[in-house]
Design a protein. Structure first.
Ligand code: SF4
Length: 448
């Protein structure tokens, strides 16, 4: 009797859907948000009463949910109608929330290492409102060990005076939501700013010496064309930003674009298909590489990787504690994921009633923490198996032997000793591939 076993035939490479249909593709966290539950909130609150896990850094995230107008592709909870009084009540709520957290044992004497202002549009706030907010934050959790302060800004909200005020607050990393340089494309996609405002804001931001300027672009907006994309990339290259983040347009269900699709009975979104978007991002990477930039993740090119860091993302991808405040914000503390109320009034009311406004939470199991960090780090283009084994005690090459082999057979991964690398083709569609590592019960929308 023969003892030889026939090796398993490689699984056929999947055929990914070409058209852009409605839904979220971007993987931002794990386990997926649908598994975070209200019932886990008491356990999350208990976890705050314990000291921190040794060696885990602390970062802060503050969510500013205001915008001048709602972009047609926006899926965030944003408000375009709040007056100065409502904004002040929101900032007070945020500071009250920070006050409660700052007194909890999980802080354990730690000082934050990085701070992130996201939204919405943080630059919608006036210099006085920003100073009020950040002075309050600094008095509760001092910034004297903070190495990076990121601030998202919409170019049309930035006067020279406001940019100077943002710099004076201690912002080190200004992230400009440019998205495109073509006025028609900006307009048809519902953006509030225009190209003139981009040029003026960028120039002054450079002049006053922000240590790092990132610009965001989106490949495949409504009415994008090959020529317009190439022009946008050329303009982005000419600005010489420290880093560029390029997203591929997706059309989640709560966007204006989806509502219009529904009204017209359309299943396919009026934006470029996935293959075209990947090609456009690849083109942009190539143009930046020609002038010396390095691709450092599925969405980022960086001018000088030795100098340009992104500590917030590093913390997020490596299991740091992220104390996140504000309406609908997501955080991770003492081993728990949590999310705040996603409506303005319940959020403000909960905080004013002296409660933490947490709406749902989840304590990932140890293997889920493992999966989370592995998949998030794969988005950076490679994972060092040795480092991972040292941290978790299990080698991902054994833990994930089958999916890694599958992705390698399909041409999306390379395997060179300790380095599990993602090929360019893999990186351009990494969010679809990450599902290969999900636990079966977390499978949602696979290859949809
Ligand atoms: S600026 Fe950003 S957060 Fe505000 S509506 Fe547009 S996409 Fe949404």
């Amino acid at each position: 009797m023969s003892t030889t076993t026939t090796p398993e035939a490689p699984a056929a490479k999947p055929v990914f859907q070409r058209e852009t249909t409605a839904g979220n593709y971007f993987v931002a966290n794990y386990p997926p948000f649908a598994f975070w539950k209200k019932e886990a909130v008491p356990d999350f609150l208990d976890a705050l009463e314990r000291g921190p896990r040794p060696g885990v850094p602390l970062g802060l995230y503050t969510h500013i949910p205001f915008c001048r107008k709602r972009c047609h592709f926006c899926y965030f909870r944003v408000y375009t109608d709040k007056d100065a009084k409502a904004i002040r009540s929101y900032l007070d709520a945020v500071l009250k929330e920070f006050t409660v957290y700052a007194g909890k044992p999980f802080v354990g004497g730690r000082k934050p290492k990085f701070v992130y202002f996201g939204g919405g549009t943080p630059s919608y706030l006036s210099p006085d409102q920003l100073k009020y907010l950040t002075d309050g934050m600094k008095s509760l959790l001092t910034w004297d060990e903070v190495e990076e302060v990121t601030f998202e800004a919409e170019p049309g909200t930035l006067t020279d005076h406001k940019l100077q005020a943002i710099r004076d607050l201690g912002v080190t990393r200004l992230s400009l939501g440019i998205e495109h340089f073509d006025d028609h494309i900006l307009e048809i996609n519902g953006r509030a700013h225009r190209s003139k405002e981009i040029a003026r804001a960028y120039e002054f931001a450079r002049e006053i010496g922000f240590p790092q300027i990132n610009i965001d672009l989106i490949a495949g907006m409504v009415e994008e064309t090959e020529d317009k994309w190439k022009e946008a990339v050329a303009k982005a290259v000419a600005l010489k930003p420290d880093s560029v983040t390029i997203y591929q347009m997706e059309v989640p269900y709560n966007t204006g674009i989806f509502k219009q699709m529904k009204a017209e009975g359309k299943l396919v979104a009026p934006v470029a298909d996935w293959e075209t978007k990947r090609r456009w991002v690849d083109y942009a990477y190539g143009e930046f590489e020609k002038v010396g930039y390095t691709v450092t993740s599925a969405t980022t090119v960086v001018k000088d990787p030795a100098k340009v860091k992104f500590l917030y993302r590093e913390g997020l991808f490596n299991g740091a504690d992220i104390l996140s405040v504000g309406v609908a914000s997501f955080g991770h503390l003492n081993g728990y994921h949590y999310q705040n109320h996603h409506d303005f009034d319940p959020y403000v009311e909960a905080v004013n009633a002296g409660k933490l406004p947490v709406y749902r939470a989840l304590e990932p199991a140890p293997d889920e923490h493992y999966i989370r960090e592995f998949i998030l780090q794969l988005k950076l283009g490679s994972v060092n198996a040795g480092d991972f084994t040292k941290k978790f005690g299990t080698d991902p090459r054994q833990q994930f032997a089958k999916p890694l082999q599958r992705l390698q057979d399909w041409g999306f991964l390379t395997n060179g000793g300790d380095r599990i690398g993602v090929t360019r083709e893999g990186l351009l569609q990494i969010d679809r591939l990450l599902h290969e590592f999900f636990k079966p019960e977390h499978e949602t929308g696979r290859y949809a």
